[in-house]
Design a protein around this ligand. Structure first.
Ligand code: ADP
Ligand code: MN
Length: 174
């Protein structure tokens, strides 16, 4: 299966900057920002609401069914805090955003996360859960870890991904 445009996953612990990066990248590349949070809500790919965690309990099969036809064509930036459910064949680049733990604490506190969710996400960032998940699910050469603590870092991350995108298009031009 060949795509004329690549699919990029932007993943990381909640609060690392996935949505901010995805929006900037979409503007710069014309790729479509696919917020999995929004898909889960709009297409009801869930088994209800978890009150303790204040989040949807995602039905992954339903989610994949909901996005498969579109995503397989290429041209998407997939924005979500998990990555290993997306089939390898769909994905060309996996960006794992990382952040300084004190900064993450501030960002999640500002979001008024319930204590249990705040703690779980802090632990996940410290333990590099998303990075490990990405490395296990995809070939190492398509997984990139980028720091997202400062605005300068965000800018240089976006520049780097845009460069990757241009290169991908050159390599895959007919
Ligand atoms: P996510 O989608 O991963 O939960 P967001 O993109 O919503 O993260 O970012 C969470 C908050 O942190 C937002 O207020 C955003 O402006 C800020 N932020 C994210 N990345 C950076 C960064 N690299 N530098 C400064 N602020 C950032
Ligand atoms: Mn987000």
């Amino acid at each position: 299966m060949s795509r004329t445009l690549p699919n990029i996953i932007i993943t990381g612990t909640p609060g690392t900057g996935k949505t901010s990066h995805s929006e900037l990248l979409a503007e710069r590349t014309g790729l479509k920002h696919l917020s999995i949070n929004d898909v889960v809500k709009e297409k009801e790919c869930h088994e209800g609401w978890d009150d303790e965690y204040q989040s949807w309990i995602v039905d992954e099969d339903k989610l994949l069914d909901a996005i498969e036809d579109e995503v397989k064509q290429g041209g998407y930036i997939i924005d979500w805090h998990a990555c290993d459910l997306f089939p390898k064949s769909w994905i060309d680049l996996v960006v794992v955003l990382r952040v300084d733990t004190a900064t993450l604490y501030d960002r999640l506190t500002e979001r008024k996360y319930p204590e249990v969710k705040l703690q779980e996400n802090m632990d996940a960032e410290i333990m590099e859960v998303l990075l490990q998940e990405a490395k296990e699910a995809y070939d190492e050469e398509i997984v990139v870890e980028l720091q997202s603590t400062t605005a300068d870092e965000m800018e240089s991350n976006v520049d780097r991904i845009v460069q990757w995108f241009e290169q991908w298009k050159n390599n895959n031009a007919q």
